[in-house]
Design a protein around this ligand. Structure first.
Ligand SMILES: Nc1nc2c(ncn2[C@@H]2O[C@H](COP(=O)(O)OP(=O)(O)OP(=O)(O)O)[C@@H](O)[C@H]2O)c(=O)[nH]1
Ligand SMILES: [Mg+2]
Length: 459
C-alpha cells in the first residue's frame, strides 16, 4: 500500500460547481465565489458542469475529475474547492486522483468562520464545529491512519493512530462543551438583568452581506467591523443606543444567515441566534440591490421559523443608493409598518426607519406632563433609565415636573406599577387618554437596574 500525507493546500484555488438536477435548490455560483473570496483564496479557474445526481466515487464524473486534475497541474493550484458537500470518501478519492487538497462547502464555510471569530465564545463555537466536522473524516494523511505507530507515552500498546486521534478529539470536544456551557450561563445572567430593566432589544438579522453591521454602526454611531466579505460578524454585538421616540434600546448585531449552512454550524451557533429570540423587534436587513434577495429573504425566514423567533419583524430593504428606490415606509395596516427602504451606507431613509421602529415598539408616542409626588422617586428613576424624559423642573411646592415622550400604553403600565392614579399626576386631558385599561397594572414591584450594570453588559 502506498502512503502519502495529505496535501497542504494553499490560497490558489480551482473552483468546482455543478448543477445537480436532483437538487431542487442548487447553491448559487456567485455566492460561492464570494465565499471563496471571503476565505481569502484567489480563483484560478472555475470548472462547471451538470449531472443528474452526484457520482458515488468522485461526486463529479470520472471525466470531469480528470479535467479538474488537468486544470490543477496547468494552473499549479494549491487547492480545489467544491461548492457542494462531499462525503469523506469522495474527498479522499478526489485527493488521491487530483493530487491536490480538496475542500468542500462545509469546510470552506468553517474556514471562514474560523478566521472571523473574534470573541471567546465565537472561537469556542467554531472549534467545536470544526472538530465535529473532522470527526467524520480524520485527515492526518489518508492512508497512515490505520498504521500502527509507536509513540512514547502517547497511547496504550497496540492502539492505532486513528484511535488516538479519536480519543484526543473526544477529550477536546468535551472540554469545549463545558467551556461553552459556562459562557452560556454568564450570557443568561446578563440577559435576565437586561429584561428586568424594561429596555427593549432590537436585533438586526439577515442574510450575510446585507449590510447589518453597516446599519448597526450608523445606528450605534460606532465602529463595528463591516467589510465586503461574507460573515464579517460572528458574534452578537450589543450596544445601548437612544432611539428617537422610544428612549433607550439595546441594539444587537448578529451573524449573517446563509443558505445550506452546514449542520454543525447551525447547531453550534444557536447561542448567537438565541439573542434574536429574546428581541422585542427584529430588523430583517435585506440587500435590496441583490438579484437573489427573494431567495435570501426566504432563507432567513426559514431559519427564523426554525428557531421559533416570534418577535415582530420589520423588513429593511437596504442599499437603495444602488437599487435606486426612494426612502419610504410601507404599512400593512394603519400604524403597523412592514417595510422600510434605506441606505445604511449613505444614511438615506434613517428618519423613516426611526419612525417605523418607534411605531412598532411603542405603538405611537405622545408627550405627557407629569407632576410627581415626593414618594414617586422610583418612577422618576425608571423614566430616566428608559431615556424618555424631555424636560425636568420643580414647581413651587418642590414637586418634580417631567415632560416625557413615550407610548400611552407604556406610561399606563408604569403608573399602574407604581400605584399612581393618572388624574393625580397628569393634566385632566392627558389623564383621560390613559384611563381605560389602567386596572391591569397594579404590581408595585419594579426592578431598577443601574446604568453601570447595563453598560458593562453592553460593553
Ligand atoms: N451600496 C451600498 N453598500 C452597502 C450598504 N450597506 C452596506 N453596504 C456594503 O455591503 C457590504 C456588507 O456590509 P456589512 O454591513 O458588513 O454586511 P453584514 O450584513 O453585516 O454582513 P455579515 O456580517 O457578513 O453577515 C459592505 O461592503 C458594505 O459597505 C448600502 O446602503 N449601500
Ligand atoms: Mg456583519
Amino acid at each position: 500500500m502506498q502512503y502519502f500525507d495529505r496535501h497542504d493546500g494553499g490560497e490558489n484555488a480551482i473552483l468546482v460547481h455543478l448543477d445537480i438536477r436532483e437538487m431542487s435548490d442548487p447553491d448559487d455560483l456567485e455566492e460561492f465565489r464570494l465565499l471563496v473570496h471571503s476565505a481569502g483564496a484567489s480563483e484560478l479557474a472555475i470548472i462547471t458542469g451538470s449531472r443528474n445526481k452526484p457520482h458515488a466515487k468522485y461526486f463529479v464524473g470520472t471525466g470531469k475529475a480528470e479535467e479538474i486534475a488537468q486544470a490543477v497541474s496547468e494552473h499549479d493550484a494549491d487547492i480545489v474547492i467544491f461548492n457542494h458537500n462531499l462525503t469523506p470518501s469522495q474527498e479522499r478519492n478526489l485527493e488521491s486522483l487530483i493530487k491536490c487538497r480538496v475542500l468542500d462547502r462545509t469546510g470552506l464555510i468553517l474556514d471562514i468562520f474560523a478566521q472571523r471569530a473574534r470573541t471567546y465564545e465565537g472561537k469556542l463555537q467554531v472549534e467545536l464545529a470544526q472538530l465535529n466536522h473532522l470527526a467524520t473524516r480524520l485527515v492526518r494523511g489518508w492512508t497512515h491512519l490505520e498504521r500502527q505507530k509507536g509513540g512514547i507515552g502517547l497511547r496504550g500498546p497496540g492502539e492505532t493512530q486513528l484511535e488516538t486521534d479519536r480519543r484526543l478529539l473526544q477529550i477536546r470536544v468535551g472540554q469545549l462543551k463545558t467551556k461553552l456551557e459556562k459562557v452560556k450561563q454568564t450570557r443568561k445572567q446578563g440577559r435576565a438583568k437586561r429584561q428586568k430593566s424594561d429596555i427593549p432589544t432590537i436585533s438586526l438579522v439577515g442574510y450575510t452581506n446585507a449590510g447589518k453591521s453597516t446599519l448597526f454602526n450608523r445606528l450605534a454611531d460606532d465602529n463595528i467591523y463591516a467589510a465586503d466579505q461574507l460573515f464579517a460578524t460572528l458574534d452578537p454585538t450589543l450596544r445601548k443606543v437612544r432611539w428617537a421616540g422610544v428612549g433607550n434600546v439595546v441594539l444587537a448585531d448578529t451573524v449573517g444567515f446563509v443558505r445550506h449552512l452546514p449542520h454543525e454550524l447551525v447547531e453550534s451557533f444557536h447561542a448567537t441566534l438565541e439573542e434574536t429570540l429574546q428581541a422585542d423587534l427584529l430588523l430583517h436587513v435585506i440587500d435590496g440591490a441583490s438579484d437573489d434577495r427573494h431567495e435570501q429573504i426566504e432563507a432567513v425566514n426559514a431559519v427564523l421559523a426554525e428557531i421559533q423567533a416570534d418577535a415582530p419583524i420589520l423588513l429593511v430593504y437596504n442599499k437603495i443608493d444602488k437599487s435606486g428606490e426612494p426612502p419610504a415606509i410601507y404599512y400593512k395596516e394603519a400604524g403597523v409598518p412592514s417595510r422600510v427602504y434605506v441606505s445604511a451606507r449613505d444614511g438615506l431613509g434613517m428618519d423613516e426607519l426611526s419612525l417605523a421602529v418607534s411605531e412598532l415598539l411603542v405603538g405611537g408616542v405622545a408627550q405627557f406632563h407629569l407632576t410627581l409626588p415626593y414618594h414617586a422617586g422610583q418612577l422618576s428613576n425608571v423614566l430616566h433609565e428608559l431615556g424618555v424624559i424631555v424636560a425636568r423642573e420643580f414647581d413651587e411646592t418642590g414637586a418634580e415636573c417631567l415632560t416625557v415622550s413615550l407610548a400611552k400604553s407604556k406610561l399606563q403600565e408604569l403608573l399602574g406599577k407604581h400605584g399612581l392614579k393618572p388624574f393625580d399626576v397628569l393634566p385632566p386631558h392627558e389623564a383621560a387618554m390613559l384611563l381605560p385599561e389602567l386596572e391591569e397594572f397594579e404590581k408595585p414591584d419594579v426592578a431598577v437596574v443601574d446604568d453601570d450594570d447595563l453598560d458593562e453588559f453592553c460593553r
